[in-house]
Design a protein around this ligand. Structure first.
Ligand code: TMP
Ligand code: ASP
Length: 252
């Protein structure tokens, strides 16, 4: 089989991925790295196999969202730790939805960890490591001028749809979707789509069959809290996701 595209220069390197141009302007290639970071990269490690696991989990979740009518940047897999995606202009806003209180919410608010949040809570953060990804207010978001009112409404609508789809999917494979972060971007055609990745790096996932508050964690909190078994936990997530999803398509 001839390659569908030729890899071009590095466009962007983030903490967990590299994004490459290709010889086709409508395609970019994303490589998932084994690097793990937390606390704005104050804590760093190499976790062999993490990139591949996140790539494989994310591909299946993007295809699930697509089947449910949620537009994403994803086009297909290319090898174990690469994806082909549409180029998008990322909105520098991290969109977090919380179904259960955990993490920063419990550090900043008098809400006990594990408290169910119904309706789910949506928090927007300004995506800029130099500022430490601060929580946005409506007024600050408007002042930054990143989104007009319709785009903001669409971003929130998509985020809640993602939550509804993923929450039900994970529950069916014995995982509680505690919270997650997504990033969205505009395609060349001006469509707002889910981009970046959806993986145990960007979701909190608790094993519904396990009662112990540490043992049940199957996400990046294992790394943040030095619980060990990070790659093994991500492997368990992939195993369950694989069991419930068709094989993802290979691009080209
Ligand atoms: P938080 O409790 O630290 O605010 O995190 C909320 C969710 O967002 C959690 O699922 C982890 C995810 N997240 C990221 O994907 N990237 C980040 O930089 C941060 C801070 C959180
Ligand atoms: N991804 C962020 C960082 O590197 C934070 C986190 O996920 O905890 O530093």
């Amino acid at each position: 089989m001839t390659a569908a595209y030729t890899l071009g220069s590095l466009l962007y390197e983030g903490k967990a991925k590299r994004v490459f141009q290709t010889d086709r302007p409508e395609l970019v290639a994303v490589e998932f790295k084994d690097d793990a970071t937390a606390f704005n990269a104050l804590k760093k490690a190499q976790l062999a196999g993490k990139g591949e696991l996140n790539c494989q989990i994310s591909a299946r979740l993007f295809e699930l969202l697509e089947r449910e009518g949620v537009p994403t940047h994803y086009l297909g897999l290319q090898g174990r730790s690469w994806q082909v995606v549409k180029p998008v202009s990322i909105v520098p806003v991290e969109v977090v939805i919380r179904n259960v209180a955990a993490g920063s919410l419990c550090k900043q608010m008098p809400i006990a960890a594990g408290t169910p949040l119904e309706p789910p809570l949506l928090d927007l953060y300004y995506k800029d490591d130099a500022y430490g990804d601060p929580l946005l207010t409506d007024a600050r978001l408007a002042r930054l001028g990143l989104l007009n009112a319709d785009q903001r409404a669409e971003l929130e609508r998509l985020a809640f749809r993602v939550n509804a789809v993923l929450r039900a999917f994970f529950a069916a494979i014995g995982l509680q979707l505690v919270d997650f972060k997504i990033e969205l971007g505009f395609t060349a055609a001006g469509e707002l789509v889910v981009a970046d990745e959806i993986s145990p790096d960007t979701c909190r996932l608790w094993d519904l069959q396990v009662a112990d508050a540490s043992d049940r964690i199957l996400d990046k909190d294992r790394f943040r809290q030095d619980l060990g078994g990070v790659v093994e936990a991500y492997g368990e997530v992939l195993k369950r996701v694989q069991g419930a999803c068709p094989e993802p398509r290979i691009y080209g």
